[in-house]
Design a protein around this ligand. Structure first.
Ligand SMILES: Cc1ncc(COP(=O)(O)O)c(C=O)c1O
Length: 389
């Protein structure tokens, strides 16, 4: 019987050393040794898979990559120091001067900065297309378009993009489909099953899940990862072995954690949906979400993020954050501890007011990263803070 990917990932392990350890040890070493000159020559020539130097590969990093590849259904991967270095490497390794990138307009703030500020310095053009209107995307494809980049669910607006529709579009025009799967995690959705060629993650978020380390990973087709590996091997955004050790172990609990995060988030979303102080609330698995049918089709659970717009706008948003007693105000998401944030003044502050409006980041938008505390306690804290709005 074919094992479930969750079982396979949990049982994935660096080959045991002579100590016969059960839990993978930590290989904190910058470089690796060779018995003789011929072995060293052959490894440098790519004739063996042996490790050379931890900027290129490391057993702990490889264990983490292997687990995420299994969970995402990917052929190969490369792990990086942060989610942004994974996103950046996926662009720089595969796009060149004169190429055109099609990206959904609703993306993480730093990704927007990379696309709109830095890629043009290298002669790479881009067009933003509305995340909620994939039917308009085909018209934006040019002869030099090389890649489609999307986030689904988007950060922070929780728009859901139909992966099957975009997968078909990429196939029809022979484009690379690159999906940031940070919000859903591989346990919430598998973009490769819908035609994605690459999947990027900020492992800093749900994969770590405890707010400890930074990390990123890009997985996908072997030939594409080969290019990304070559770029990263020379430019150096490698994941630290310690972070890989932490992230590999947290990957083992990702499925059960995401189930509880999602159950808590759904409970809170349902309870707050019609609250008098809230203008609208979005959660992928609420029937009121505009793309609920798509979310149900491609996601296993709704994820741990809930967002809502306060009727009182900016000042209400500030009052809300200042009145919270349990939820933390911090830049991260995907932690055991619930977190509240105000995207307009933080993660998406570098966008212009008009750009924020285009991606539905309104002044009173609050994003809640729902933690693993008891759901009733999280809800009670949000409800008492709403009284001040
Ligand atoms: C959707 C998404 N992609 C990428 C990133 C960047 O990840 P990192 O902070 O690990 O560089 C983030 C961070 O919040 C994110 O939310």
């Amino acid at each position: 019987m074919e094992q479930n990917p969750i079982t396979k990932a949990i049982r994935t392990h660096i080959p045991r050393t002579n100590e016969m350890e059960h839990s993978s040890p930590l290989f904190l070493t910058s470089s690796f040794c060779f018995d003789n000159a011929e072995e060293m020559r052959a490894t440098f020539a790519g004739e063996t898979d042996d490790n050379i130097y931890s900027r290129f590969s490391n057993p702990n990093v490889q264990e983490f990559i292997d687990k995420i590849c299994i969970l995402e259904g990917a052929e190969d991967g490369f792990a990086t120091a942060s989610g942004m270095s994974a996103v950046f490497a996926s662009f720089m390794a595969l796009l060149k001067k004169g190429d055109h990138l099609l990206s959904c307009n609703s993306i993480f703030g730093s990704t927007h900065t990379v696309i709109s500020k830095y890629l043009p310095n290298y002669g790479i053009e881009y067009t933003y297309v509305p995340a909620d209107k994939p039917e308009e995307w085909e018209a934006a494809i040019r002869p030099n378009t090389k890649m489609i980049y999307i986030e689904t669910p988007t950060n922070p607006g929780l728009d859901i993009i139909d992966l099957a529709v975009v997968g078909q579009l990429a196939k029809k025009h022979s484009l690379i489909l690159n999906v940031d799967n940070c919000f859903a995690t591989p346990l919430g959705q598998r973009p490769i099953d819908f035609g994605a060629h690459l999947v990027v993650h900020s492992a800093t978020k749900w994969i770590d899940g405890q707010g400890r380390v930074l990390g990123g990973i890009v997985v996908g087709e072997k030939e594409l990862i080969k290019e990304i590996y070559a770029f990263c091997r020379s430019t150096g955004p490698a994941m630290s072995p310690f972070n890989a050790w932490v992230l590999s172990k947290s990957t083992d609990t990702l499925d059960v954690r995401m189930e509880r995060h999602s159950a808590n988030a759904l409970h809170i979303a349902k309870a707050l949906e019609n609250h008098a102080k809230i203008a609208f609330l979005k959660y992928p698995f609420l029937p009121s979400h505009p793309q609920y049918a798509i979310a149900k089709k491609q996601m296993k659970n709704g994820g741990g993020i809930v967002c809502f717009e306060l009727k009182g706008g900016l000042q209400s948003g500030r009052n809300f954050l200042d009145s919270l007693k349990i939820l933390t105000l911090t830049a991260n998401l995907g932690d055991t501890k619930s977190i509240a944030s105000h995207p307009a003044s933080t993660t998406h502050a570098k966008l212009t007011e008009q750009e924020r409006q285009q991606v539905n980041i309104t002044p009173g938008l609050i994003r809640i990263s729902v933690g693993l505390e008891y759901a009733a306690d999280i809800l009670a804290d949000i409800e008492q803070a709403l009284e001040s709005c």
